[in-house]
Write a protein that binds this ligand. Structure first.
Ligand code: PLP
Length: 406
């Protein structure tokens, strides 16, 4: 039986049609799009088409708002660094505690090396952002804030932030707004022309395009300073000869994502919901993390109490199921992820948090196989758990065994 891939928030399979679309750009269509001759101009036309395909998926007003980059991380960095350079008198950033390291590490670095003040918005137990604190910050410090950078949807829990509203609030306060939409693009509908988002990051490999291609959406009229200077590619906003094959691939992937948006929000969502129900109805002491009401249709994060996430992953892998864990092995100690910690998930549950992220390539049959495989794995691991006794969890497991958060 084939293995089951439920780790699509980590990366996705490149769609065979996407591969087919990009292949000619490695062989006969090898020209440099900046060249005048027909070798070049043919590739130039292909890039223009791809730009339009991305524009349409994002609902952007114009294709010139699409800047191709090398990845989501580059798009995030470009957005934040551009704002700081364009507005040198503003030395503060607003972000959230659950951002991807692409944003959080950069902010920490800027804080340490440049003295930039970073305001990190907290989330509640369901991963919902503290809107009152956000409003207060905008009210009190608007003229000091260079940029707000908050993710559209969280990669671990799928929780969707009220980005439309947050962008509007920033606009009213006169503050630039960026969103890391790496996990949201292609999963939920977007219409950027009607929103006050100035910049937005996309990553190709999360939507069935290859790794190493991304987009920075830059709303017309937004002040901008390039990260890479050199040639005049991307209208001088991102120098470097274009990664033509991957750009064509991303265009095709966006076209396909748009065609599949409804499928994602009906069929994929139904598979996710069945998986959730199937697991929770059979495994005790397990709960969904994040905001079940406002959540990406493909994402399910379950905290299995009193079990170790890495052990779950290993046994799932042995059963031919690929998922991922909220804990990461850092310097020999297993720490729950910053997202689980930010929501205040108890240590004994955060450790056993598992993310199942689906795609349109999964089937109900696969979901049923996972539903059948998970309960015996949890029972086996709980038997070995120091937190689990004959009749269930031991008393006060937190105090008995778990270290407190640093
Ligand atoms: N932002 C989020 C929310 C992500 O999930 C990821 C990738 O996991 C990134 C940014 C980084 O994207 P890339 O791998 O294209 O640099």
């Amino acid at each position: 039986m084939d293995d089951i891939y439920l780790d699509n928030n980590a990366t996705t399979m490149v769609d065979p049609e996407v591969v087919e679309a990009m292949l000619p750009y490695f062989t006969e269509q090898f020209g440099n799009p900046s060249s005048i001759h027909s070798f070049g101009s043919q590739v130039g036309h292909a890039l223009k088409k791809a730009r339009r395909q991305v524009q349409q998926l994002l609902g952007a007003e114009h294709d010139s708002e699409i800047i191709f980059t090398s990845c989501g991380t580059e798009s995030d960095s470009t957005a934040i660094l551009s704002a700081l350079k364009a507005l040198p008198d503003r030395r503060e950033i607003v972000t959230s505690v659950v951002e991807h390291p692409a944003v959080l590490s950069l902010c920490e670095h800027l804080e340490k090396t440049e003295g930039i003040k970073v305001h990190t918005l907290k989330v509640d137990a369901k991963g919902r952002i503290d809107m009152a604190a956000y409003e207060k910050l905008l009210h009190e410090r608007a003229d000091k804030i260079a940029i707000v950078s908050v993710m559209w949807a969280n990669n671990e829990t799928g929780t969707i932030f009220p980005i439309e509203q947050m962008a509007e609030m920033a606009y009213v306060a006169g503050v630039m707004f960026h969103t890391d939409a790496v996990q949201a693009v292609g999963k939920i509908p977007m219409d950027l022309k009607s929103l006050k988002i100035d910049m937005l990051s996309v990553s190709g490999h999360k939507l069935h395009a290859p790794k190493g291609i991304g987009v920075l959406y830059l709303k017309r009229g937004t002040r901008f300073r390039p990260l890479l200077r050199g040639g005049h590619q991307e209208r001088g906003r991102r120098a470097g000869t274009e990664n033509a094959a991957s750009i064509v691939a991303l265009g095709k992937a966006c076209e396909m994502a748009q065609a599949n948006l409804e499928h994602e929000n009906t069929v994929v969502k139904a598979m996710r919901d069945r998986l959730q129900e199937g697991i929770l109805s059979q495994v005790s002491h397990a709960f969904v993390t994040g905001d079940p009401e406002h959540r990406l249709p493909n994402t399910l994060n379950i905290a299995f109490e009193y079990i170790e996430g890495e052990a779950i992953l290993l046994l799932l892998n042995k059963a031919g199921i690929a998922a991922s864990s909220g804990s990461a092995c850092t310097s020999g100690s297993l720490e729950p992820s910053h997202v689980m910690r930010a929501m205040g998930i108890p240590y004994t549950a955060a450790h056993g948090s598992i993310r199942f992220s689906l795609s349109r390539y999964n089937t109900m049959d696969e979901v049923d196989r996972v539903i059948a495989a998970v309960p015996p794995i949890m029972a086996q691991l709980r038997k070995m758990s120091p937190y689990w006794g004959e009749k269930g969890p031991v008393e006060n497991p937190e105090q008995a065994f778990a270290p407190t958060y640093a």
